[in-house]
Design a binder for this molecule. Structure first.
Ligand SMILES: Nc1ncnc2c1ncn2[C@@H]1O[C@H](COP(=O)(O)OP(=O)(O)OP(=O)(O)O)[C@@H](O)[C@H]1O
Ligand SMILES: [Mg+2]
Length: 371
């Protein structure tokens, strides 16, 4: 019976033309031959370059983009290294395209030597990076506040705490409850201020080669014995991953915060958190205001099967004090953005119900890092 139904379904479903599938894509797709002549554009590319396929096909890509465009450099790189290369945050600024920030990916067409396919994703991922850069600004204002709190709150608090302890010695049993309350609450505020102090730029932390799998193991052990008892962990590691260039304690903090959020989001029954690592060829971040490109080949991701991130929270997710939890501080992700930013990396997220993914991209140890 099932087989008959399946056959009937197959018979009635129309077959898809690859061109109509490409036409439905939101990303612009441009295929180039070995002489850099455009051979194919999809509808999104027609829109991006404000011309029809009949004009664009046969035109050299160099007519559309300035000769120093990073897109052309990527095309050359993909061709010569026969690798997929991508770059975040490329600025397109031509009369046709206007002023846009895009993520560009160039893939060699294996079947036809010299031919490459360029895809340009307007803003989406680039915007998320903008978000995490904006969160760096948010973190900066938190930095000033952390310094102020340490000075203006912590010092007087230790005085208040000491005074309460002195009073306790001579107090009645009833009053001791109150002096202890003062001490406990003072401790709680000191702990909060301490948490904020990490934002201060005073101690960026020593950096060196860090085995990210050891970091993730450490985080998983803490999680399993505490806040993530209800969660099943799945590990999906690339064992050949080279070391991250970073600070071990800070990276533990980052993944602890991400895993804690994932565990808090995961359902009480059937909650699952997947930790993955992978090596990505050719992912680079354009450094704003400079020609430099930063290579970010190490990908570490945390996936959960919770309800997803509320839509209205997304634009501000990495800002400090953004929280939906009754006892949350909203500092977790702000700290993640700050630390990953200090490492020269990128953090981004994708979220839908039962599938929320945080992706952290980090640099590896390179010659010249002193190791
Ligand atoms: N994996 C996730 N799934 C769903 N929502 C998430 C996830 N991670 C973060 N969020 C949302 O982002 C908000 C901010 O997270 P953040 O870690 O900065 O603060 P918090 O978890 O609320 O507080 P704290 O980290 O201090 O415990 C959370 O309150 C939650 O609404
Ligand atoms: Mg959190």
């Amino acid at each position: 019976m099932g087989r008959v139904n399946a056959m009937r379904r197959r018979a009635t479903v129309p077959s898809f033309e690859p061109a109509s599938v490409l036409g439905a894509l939101a990303s612009a797709v441009v295929a180039l031959d070995a002489d850099n002549l455009i051979r194919y554009v999809n509808a999104a590319a027609e829109q991006l370059f404000q011309s029809g396929a009949h004009y664009l096909c046969g035109t050299p890509i160099t007519d559309l983009l300035p000769s120093d465009s990073p897109v052309l450099a990527l095309v050359e790189q993909a061709r010569h290294e026969a690798l997929v290369v991508s770059e975040y945050g490329i600025l397109l600024d031509t009369p046709r395209t206007g002023h846009r920030t895009v993520t560009v990916q160039v893939s060699p067409l294996v079947e036809v030597p010299g031919c490459v396919v360029i895809s340009l994703h307007e803003q989406s991922i680039a915007l998320k990076i903008g978000g995490s850069l904006a969160s760096r600004n948010a973190a900066r204002s938190v930095t000033a506040m952390a310094a102020m709190l340490a000075h203006e709150v912590k010092n007087p608090l230790s005085g208040i705490r000491g005074a309460a302890q002195l009073l306790e010695a001579a107090a009645s049993e009833d009053d001791r409850v109150l002096t202890r309350l003062i001490v406990d609450e003072a401790d709680r505020i000191v702990a909060l201020v301490d948490r904020m102090e990490v934002f201060s730029d005073k101690a960026p932390g020593e950096r060196g080669p860090v085995n990210i799998h050891q970091v993730l193991e450490h985080v998983r052990r803490i999680a399993e014995n505490g806040f993530a008892r209800h969660v099943r962990f799945v590990e999906n590691y690339d064992p050949s991953l080279p070391p991250v260039f970073g600070n071990r304690d800070q990276l533990i903090q980052v993944f602890l915060n991400l895993v804690k959020n994932a565990a808090e989001a995961a359902p009480a029954e059937g909650g699952e958190v997947v930790l993955s690592t992978a090596y990505q060829h050719g992912v680079r971040l354009a450094v704003p205001g400079s020609e430099a490109r930063r290579h970010l080949p190490l990908l570490v991701s945390v996936l959960d099967n919770g309800a997803g991130i509320p839509e209205d929270l997304r634009p501000h997710l990495f800002d400090a004090f953004v929280t939906t939890k009754p006892t949350g501080t909203g500092l977790g992700l702000a700290l993640v953005a700050k630390i990953i930013g200090d490492h020269g990396g990128v953090v981004e997220f994708d979220s839908m119900p039962r599938r929320t993914l945080f992706r952290v991209m980090l640099p590896m140890v390179q010659e010249g890092d002193g190791y």
